[in-house]
Ligand binder design. Structure first.
Ligand SMILES: [Zn+2]
Ligand SMILES: [Zn+2]
Length: 874
């Protein structure tokens, strides 16, 4: 077997598969680009998911990658065991409908035996127990003796996640020798002991599983393999733990050197050394991929890892910004394959040192407070720290909950997590309410407000939607000055055509780009009055402060919003015309989908008035009024009769929007140039929102068209169902209702007739029991009144009569029982009888001696229930 370094193995793998016609690409970023539900890429196939499902076409029918991955599910085992890590790399070859089982196994075998020169006698394949095809390939094509091929069950060798593509796997194991084995004479791959180490999983995506649990063969079968790079390196270097693999050991040695501890002397110290070694790798790669520490999602994962590493670093005596220094070693080790780490070294160190410093300033204080909490708990004999105090540590001292839990666990104490979460939710609600009071807050954070006073952005988007502008700031949790792929940050430009959210109008969305850079603008907001922040997600490339960028507003969305905004002005005027001048705007919201307008008015608007308002707005649209905007002193605007919104503060100069002679308002929003562009206006609802405040919601333009199309389709469908045409459909529906009522009545009459006619039959079946004349009968879907009448007639006609009638409908049954006065004297009791009878049919009830009613849930038991009557009376 060759002695190979981790970096060499990676290169050998990619070179080998490239020589076999595979498309080889560098690792995808850790931030998943195709799955919003997943925080971090955690497997080699994850970034290729859309190629497997067929949503996207792969660049080649075969590919190979070395993918960086992060998994934090087993974080508490990291450093404790030899194998667990949060950061790892996964080698994999993939086939999208190209080669299948034989191709994948042959290539894999060639790589491990000829390139890595692994000894054949040490290699043991396993297959899924029903996969004879894979078994035969290993035996006949590769030449492995049958007794060395292990068949394993679903848990080991079948890959599936719920419904969808799935299939059997074949895993290759390495025999580490008897020394690692157990006493079991059957010890072989799949055994729980340490002897056979699985290192390469080949997944044969062969079936589709439906929601009934049926498996059907896929037309296009795929291959997805995964081999942990650290694990194969362990084997190739003949070491027991990943921390002894050449590259990782270099980082571990740096940790040891900085801390001054002697490795291998103290178990707890060794664990801390390994935790720092693992986490600093993960942290470096995450920051390198644009993730920034914060309190949500992947940013929180990063913060947790960073702070956990910082705490363990402190435990082994590392002082100062030591994590930042370790970044150098990580990049030395991994830079040759991950150029982005080298390019962004300064940036990565800066982000890590900011977070490290931030934590350092509070960690001692926080640790002190936590140890006071612990002392108090121990003294009181308590085992659990309440959520409020855990939250205080989190909120004030930046202790991730998991860190608090970990420190407590060292003293065998726990945290009330439910209480903690409750505190967290309450804080979020408070923050949301606070944000709701003003729309002048940034998104990523309020770090935007920390920007120097001379940073001012000018809005230039009334008449243009695209402009080349200068990037003057990049802000995440901190001011960072640089943005690249995967980052979610706020970009600030010297000028921008993007309208920032304000005056009830939603902010613009669109793109900001250069030749090699592209960012999607998710929202645009104003901050501290002078700065327009573009909250973006960087899709590609990178950009630095000082660069020129093209800012391009999404025209379709801007136009749709403008239609709704201009229509809002028309609506405002129409409301005042129809309802009176007491109507004043109390709030509004316009976005591309709809408009919402709140106004003062004291009662619901009548249907006629609502129609009149809607019609009036549409008439102004058809009249094709020119929309003009003009800046003027506030005094002249008022003189012209512009409607100013109460509660709004206006500067000396105001922007006035006029629509023909019809409407004049003070407004800073973006508008159409002619009311005809609104297209159509349709009110969707009119409701009350508070005492004296009503709300109208409406749509315009294409949204009205879509609504009409939708209604038209529905109407057509209804006509089809009623076997009518659109002209006659109303008449047809009314006619059907009349007919139905008629039939219902007729049906009831028929049923009652049948019940009455059955009287003779019922009486014929009367039985004498113990001196009682007993009548039982079963009916289906008869009105209970009819049965009561029937019972009365029988009761009056016969002395000592007891009557029990059952009425079955759908899935339930009703019972009626009656007893004549003479029968009651003899001891019969209708209520007691029915209780027992109904019980048989899964029900209950009771009542008076002369009459009682009850229900039951098992109609199939009715006959049995009625039989019970005879038994009760005998
Ligand atoms: Zn064993
Ligand atoms: Zn407006």
């Amino acid at each position: 077997m060759k002695k190979m370094g981790l970096n060499e193995i990676r290169k050998a793998f990619l070179d080998f598969y490239e020589s076999k016609g595979h498309f080889v690409t560098s690792s995808y970023p850790l931030v998943p680009m195709n799955d919003k539900s997943l925080l971090l890429v955690n497997a080699g196939m994850q970034p290729l998911k859309n190629y497997f499902t067929g949503i996207e076409t792969p660049p080649n029918s075969t590919m190979a990658t070395c993918q960086k991955c992060i998994r934090t599910g087993d974080i508490e085992n990291v450093g404790v065991t030899a194998r667990h890590a949060t950061f790892f790399e996964m080698l994999g070859n993939f086939s999208f409908g190209d080669y299948f089982k034989e191709g994948s196994i042959k290539l894999g075998w060639e790589f491990i035996t000829e390139v890595l020169e692994m000894p054949v006698e040490k290699l043991w394949p396993s297959v899924y127990l029903e996969d004879d095809e894979a078994f035969a390939i290993w035996r006949d094509v590769i030449g492995i003796p049958e007794e060395k091929i292990t068949r394993l069950g679903k848990a080991d060798n079948f890959w599936e996640i719920g419904t969808g593509p799935c299939g059997p796997c074949s895993e290759i194991y390495y025999d580490r020798g008897e020394a690692y084995g157990c006493d079991d004479p059957n010890c072989r791959p799949g055994c729980d002991c340490e002897r056979y180490l699985e290192f390469w999983n080949h997944v044969f995506t062969q079936f589709n599983r439906d929601d009934q649990g049926n498996y059907t063969e896929l037309e296009k079968k795929n291959i997805d393999t995964g081999m942990g790079l650290e694990r194969i390196a362990c084997i190739m270097q003949d070491v027991d733990t990943i921390f002894e693999v050449d590259t990782i050991q270099r980082i571990r040695d740096a940790v040891i050197a900085f801390s001054g501890v002697e490795y291998g002397k103290n178990r707890d110290q060794d664990i801390s050394v390994r935790i720092v070694t693992d986490h600093i790798k993960a942290v470096t790669f995450m920051v390198g991929d644009g993730i920034m520490p914060n309190n949500e999602g992947r940013g929180y994962v990063l913060r947790r890892l960073l702070r956990r590493a910082a705490r363990h670093a402190k435990k082994i005596g590392m002082e100062g910004n030591v994590l930042t220094k370790l970044v150098d070693t990580v990049i030395e080790v991994y830079g040759e394959n991950y150029q982005n780490l080298v390019d962004r070294m300064d940036y990565i160190k800066r982000i890590i040192s900011i977070e490290e410093e931030r934590f350092q300033t509070t960690i001692d204080q926080g640790l002190g407070i936590l140890s006071e909490y612990i002392d108090a708990l121990v003294k009181e004999g308590q085992k659990e720290l309440d959520g409020e105090r855990a939250f205080k540590l989190y909120d004030t001292y930046g202790f991730p909950l998991e860190l608090t839990m970990e420190i407590l666990a060292e003293r065998h104490l726990t945290v009330n997590e439910a209480e903690f979460k409750q505190q967290m939710t309450e804080q979020k609600d408070r923050a949301r309410t606070a944000r709701g009071t003003g729309d002048e807050l940034g998104w990523a954070s309020d770090a935007v407000s920390q920007l120097p006073k001379d940073i001012v952005s000018k809005f230039v988007g009334y008449n243009s939607l695209e402009k080349t502008c200068k990037l003057v700031a990049v802000v995440g949790e901190e001011i960072v000055n640089e943005a690249f792929e995967g980052m979610e940050v706020t970009l600030v430009l010297d000028e921008t055509p993007f309208y920032p959210e304000g005056g009830g109008q939603v902010g613009d969305v669109g793109m900001i780009y250069t030749d090699g850079f592209m960012a999607e603008v998710i929202e645009t907001k104003k901050s501290v009055g002078r700065i327009i922040g573009h909250n973006v997600r960087v899709v590609k490339g990178s950009v630095k402060v000082g660069d020129n960028v093209t800012a391009s507003v999404n025209l379709t969305k801007r136009m749709a919003t403008a239609r709704n905004h201009s229509a809002t002005h028309l609506l405002h005027k129409a409301l005042r015309t129809v309802l009176g001048t007491h109507v004043e705007q109390a709030g509004s919201m316009v976005n591309p989908e709809r408009l919402r307008f709140d106004f003062s008015h004291f009662e619901p608007i009548s249907f006629e008035d609502l129609m009149a308002i809607e019609k009036m707005v549409n008439q102004q649209i058809f009249a094709s009024l020119k929309i003009e905007t003009e800046e003027m002193p506030i005094a002249s605007a008022k003189e012209k009769g512009a409607m100013a919104l109460f509660g709004e503060k206006y500067g000396d100069k105001v922007r006035v929007v006029t629509m023909g002679d019809y409407s004049i308002e003070l407004c800073g929003g973006t508008h159409l140039t002619n009311t005809a562009e609104v297209g159509l206006f349709k009110i969707m609802s009119e409701t009350g929102v508070a005492a004296g405040v009503r709300r109208i919601e409406a749509i315009t333009g294409e949204n009205v068209y879509n609504l009409l199309t939708d209604l038209d389709n529905k109407l057509n469908h209804i006509s089809d169902i009623l076997k009518s045409n659109i002209q006659d459909v109303e008449h047809k529906a009314e006619q059907l209702l009349v007919e139905m009522k008629h039939f219902q009545k007729e049906n009831e009459q028929l049923k009652s007739k049948i019940a009455k006619n059955s009287m003779g039959e019922i009486i014929d079946q009367m039985k004498e029991i113990n001196g009682y004349k007993v009548v039982t009968a079963k009916f289906e879907g008869v009105d209970m009144n009819i049965l009561r009448n029937l019972g009365d007639v029988i009761k009056d006609k016969f002395e000592n009569s007891v009557i029990v009638l059952a009425n079955v409908s759908d899935d339930k049954v009703e019972f009626l029982s009656m007893a004549s006065d003479s029968a009651i004297k003899k001891g019969a009791h209708a209520g007691n009888i029915i209780r027992e009878v109904a019980k048989v049919a899964g029900g209950g009830g009771g009542g008076k001696p002369n009459m009682a009613q009850a229900g039951g849930k098992n109609p199939e038991k009715v006959d049995e229930a009625l039989q019970k009557v005879y038994a009760l009376l005998s």
